[in-house]
Design a protein around this ligand. Structure first.
Ligand code: ZN
Length: 193
């Protein structure tokens, strides 16, 4: 872990040395939009969507799902920081497609160690003890790739704290080629009211 810390601090010193005038950036996103996307390490929203510091809000979680906490951030993004357009961007080959709630709870019940994925099946190889707490969490897994984008856009659209004037767009990022493809039914569900 210390190697990671050193690498991060070295990179940061470099970044700060070339920080330029970014210290003067205002807090509200200059381009007035927010992206909700997955935490997957292969996704770099700043690059795939052409963002610079100060441009937009990027909210990330496992799956890029419209969880209560993602909605909390989006509401703040609009209500206090003025974003007027939101994008929900899931992706191909998402880890959230590889398990369901029962699988995750079962793995955690055996141990807290990192599980292995072999032949499409998760297996716990830890020594334990685990915890039953995993049974009480909705892991927001993704059984249907396009369906999840539609579901998330719809949930945000119908949320009482989200104004009907905000256009919502649904997209899938392709991990094999870096391309964004619209999920038309999601964008349709996200049309301003
Ligand atoms: Zn993902």
């Amino acid at each position: 872990m210390t190697d990671n810390r050193d690498a991060i601090l070295t990179a940061n010193a470099d970044y700060a040395a070339r920080f330029g005038d970014k210290g003067a950036l205002p807090m509200p996103p200059a381009r007035g939009f927010a992206i909700l996307t997955c935490m997957d390490a292969r996704l770099d929203p700043a690059r795939y969507a052409g963002l610079a510091e100060g441009d937009a809000h990027v909210i990330r979680n496992a799956g890029g799902r419209a969880s209560d906490d993602a909605i909390r951030s989006l509401v703040i993004s609009h209500k206090l920081l003025g974003t007027q357009e939101w994008f929900v961007i899931h992706h191909t080959d998402c880890g959230m497609e590889t398990f369901d709630d029962a699988t995750m709870a079962g793995l955690l019940e055996k141990s807290l160690d990192t599980a292995t994925l072999a032949g499409g099946a998760w297996k716990d190889v830890g020594t334990g003890p685990g915890s039953v707490e995993g049974h009480y969490i909705d892991w927001l897994t993704i059984p249907d790739r396009e369906g999840a984008v539609i579901e998330d856009v719809r949930r945000i659209r119908e949320h009482p704290l989200v104004p009907g004037t905000i256009p919502l767009h649904g997209y899938l990022y392709d991990c094999s080629n870096g391309r964004l493809t619209e999920v038309p039914a999601a964008t349709e569900a996200g049309r301003p009211l």
